[in-house]
Design a protein around this ligand. Structure first.
Ligand SMILES: Cc1cc2nc3c(=O)[nH]c(=O)nc-3n(C[C@H](O)[C@H](O)[C@H](O)COP(=O)(O)OP(=O)(O)OC[C@H]3O[C@@H](n4cnc5c(N)ncnc54)[C@H](O)[C@@H]3O)c2cc1C
Length: 394
């Protein structure tokens, strides 16, 4: 294998977007994935409009839309008063080719990208290959990879750490992951139950505020996902029982109990951002660089925005169209918008949902009643504003 390549740790949605972008632009990539196959874990399910625009450029938006469902509107509700406000992405159809969210699991995207790239001369993906160490010098970067009980060193010109929240690349580089972990956990309960038949006027994406227990409902093909914050002092084992999930679900629609439950998953919730996204020839993108609560669906989307921002710069440097300093702009732009937008928005969204919804509802109604404010709001919620802000940073 030639050393003249970009190495990528992690074949999640973010690592594979970077790999596809680079390989298609003439930059050879090798991706190391510790799993024996692509992950099937049920995590992100929302793709925002500008992310779809980016995936379109890779030929992946069409197949993703075909396997998912379009959600042109989203709502805020309270348990007590019902609908607070509904927003329609049609108001920003001049700013994106995709004025809707697409609800589809991230595991669909990774498979689409892998199928597209498999066999491409610039693309190689090695499964069962765990990155365990990183060492760099003036001319290249070495990663130690463990595979089948043996360890070997692979060299490349650059390394992208897209190896998720517990990133070995980030740890090997000694980069701090600043922030905090919420004491609450998040329980995701999936059911084939048809909520449209019992909640009048429901959107495929609905956030429901409540000071005791907020939740949100997201529709994906064939299932609804209900996400609840678990703040009581119950063990992880107890929280993951069918009985516990049924007790939370019984609160969603009065009188409806005993749901068919497809699966439940429990997550810890963090708000953390790496101290830097670049150290010499190594870069961090996606969850390796930042993690946040899933309210607003910004983690993977922000990670894909990192992947495209970095890949565009690496392509320019690789082909001699820009100097190395170009790569610092990735860190400057993406780290700042992560702090300014993604972290602030997701923390505020959690606080809003934990409230009674009175004050928050008033502010949402005022936004919904004013077309100019609705537009600004949708540009922020869809993350288009964060991308514009990144460009302003130069
Ligand atoms: C319940 C829930 C709902 C969510 N919903 C949304 C949503 O709707 N929208 C959204 O934008 N985000 C959402 N997120 C966040 C989203 O899931 C993550 O931001 C996303 O998975 C990040 O992608 P990634 O590729 O950076 O990391 P990952 O998906 O974690 O992928 C990392 C990959 O690296 C591999 N790996 C790890 N370590 C190594 C190593 N040392 N060597 C080689 N390979 C390695 C792993 O096996 C994995 O395949 C949600 C998260 C949760 C928990």
């Amino acid at each position: 294998m030639s050393n003249e390549r970009v190495l990528i740790a992690g074949a999640g949605p973010v690592g594979l977007v970077a790999a596809a972008h680079l390989a298609r632009a003439g930059v050879p990539v090798t991706v190391f994935e510790e799993g024996a196959d692509l992950s099937i874990e049920s995590r992100a399910s929302t793709f925002h409009p500008p992310t779809l625009d980016m995936l379109d450029a890779l030929g992946a938006a069409g197949p993703l839309i075909a396997q998912g469902l379009k959600a042109p509107t989203f709502q805020y509700r309270t348990k007590k008063h019902g609908l607070l406000a509904e927003f329609d992405f049609a108001a920003i159809s001049d700013a994106t080719k995709h004025p809707y969210r697409v609800q589809s699991e991230q595991s669909k995207l990774t498979r689409i990208l892998f199928e597209h790239m498999r066999g491409h001369p610039n693309f190689s993906l090695q499964f069962g290959s765990r990155v365990v160490g990183v060492d760099q010098d003036a001319s290249g970067i070495d990663v130690t990879v463990e595979r089948g009980g043996r360890s070997e060193v692979q060299r490349g010109r650059y390394l992208i750490g897209a190896d998720g929240a517990s990133s070995t690349v980030r740890r090997s580089l000694g980069i701090e992951f600043e922030g905090f972990t919420w004491p609450d956990r998040l329980l995701v309960v999936s059911t084939p139950f048809d909520f449209f038949s019992v909640i009048s006027g429901l959107s495929s994406v609905s956030y429901v505020a409540d000071p005791q227990r907020w939740y949100f409902l997201l529709q994906i093909p064939g299932l609804w996902r209900a996400m609840f914050l678990v703040n009581e002092d119950a063990s992880d084992e107890r929280v993951q029982t069918e009985e516990f999930a049924q007790s939370l679900m019984a609160d969603v629609v009065p009188g409806i109990t005993n749901y068919q439950i497809a699966h439940t998953t429990l997550y810890k919730v963090h708000q953390r951002v790496a101290k830097t996204f670049r150290l010499g020839r190594a870069f961090l993108i996606g969850d390796a660089a930042h993690i946040n609560n899933p309210l607003g669906g910004m983690g993977m989307n922000g990670g894909i925005h990192d992947a495209v921002n970095l890949s565009e710069r690496l392509v320019a440097v690789w082909h001699g169209q820009a100097g190395e300093a170009e790569l610092d702009r990735f860190d400057k732009q993406r780290r700042l918008v992560t702090l300014e937008y993604i972290q602030n928005y997701t923390i505020q969204n959690k606080k809003n949902l934990e409230s009674s919804g009175e004050e928050f509802g008033q502010s949402l109604r005022a936004i919904a009643a004013d077309p100019a404010r609705t537009r600004d709001y949708l540009l922020r919620v869809s993350m288009i504003a964060s991308l514009a802000r990144a460009q302003e940073l130069g």
